[in-house]
Design a protein around this ligand. Sequence first.
Ligand SMILES: [Zn+2]
Length: 309
Amino acid sequence: MTAQPLALTHASVDRAAHHRLDEAWLAAAWSHPTTRVFVVSGGQVLVQDTDDGGTEIVMTPAFDAPETEMHRYFLGIDPEDGVRYFALQKDTLPGRMDQAARPAGLREVGGLLSPLQASLMVHAVALENWQRLHRFCSRCGERTVIAAAGHIRRCPACGAEHYPRTDPAVIMLVTDEEDRALLGRQVHWPEGRFSTLAGFVEPGESIEAAVRREVLEEAGVVVGEVEYVASQPWPFPSSLMLGFMAQATTATITVDGEEIHEARWFSREDLRAAFESGEVLPPFGISIAARLIELWYGKPLPRPGSTPR
Ligand SMILES: [Zn+2]
C-alpha cells in the first residue's frame, strides 16, 4: 500500500545539538537575517493560509520577534538552505500580527503544515510542555533554570541537570485468526468513536510486554506475536507512541470498563459498512492509530457517506 508519510514524524531539520551550549554561536544565529522565529504558547502557534491553499506557521526574523531570551528554543537548521529556526515560548501568542493569522494547535494543523514546519512545531510544543511541567528540581525542589537553548533545565542549588522527558506508550492494532481487527471505545469518547488500544509502558517493562499487558487489561484478549511498525511523537504532553501490529491468540472480549467502555472485532467489511453508515467514526486523522488501521485495511479508510467500493 502506498501511503502518505505519517504526520509529525519527519526529521527534515538538522537539530544541530552540538550548538546548544555555544552561546556565541546561538547569539550569532539568532541575529542572522535569514533566521526564522515563531512563538509557541500553550501548545499553539500562529498560522496563516498560503496562496496555494496550504497552511504555514507565521515566522519572522529574530529582530521582529518579541525578546524573551530566556525562553528561546533552538530547533535546528534546514540542511537545504541553511536557515536557522528558533521558537520563543511566551505566555500568550502575539496579537494582531496579521489579520489572516490565527492560533492553532498541533492536532489541528500537524497534518496541514509542510513536513519541515510540522517537525519544528512538534519539537517546540514538546519542549514547551516539558518546560512548563518541570520548573522545579526533582532532586531538591529548587526552581530550575533553562539552559542549552531550551533542551536542559539546571538546578542552581544542587547542580542537577534535567533533560526533556518522553513517555513511551504502545498503540496496537490487534487482529485475530480470522484477520478481524480489535477496536475499542474509551470511556470518555463519544458514542461511535472506536480506535486501536493503547497504553503507557510501565517501569521495568519491555514494549512488547506492554502491548500484551495492555490488551489483556483493557479487552481481556491474549496476544502472541507482536510486530513493531512505526513511532510518532505525541506531545500531549510528552508521549512517544510506539505502533505495533499484534496477533491475538484468544477472541473473547472482556472490557475493563475503566479505560475501555466497549471493544469489538471488525472484519474489513464490518468496518467499511460501519464507517459508511456513520455508526463508527473514523479515527483522528494525523494519529498513528489511523495509520495502523489503514495498514490492516489495505487501503485508505472509507469516510461516512462515501461510495461503497
Ligand atoms: Zn536541585
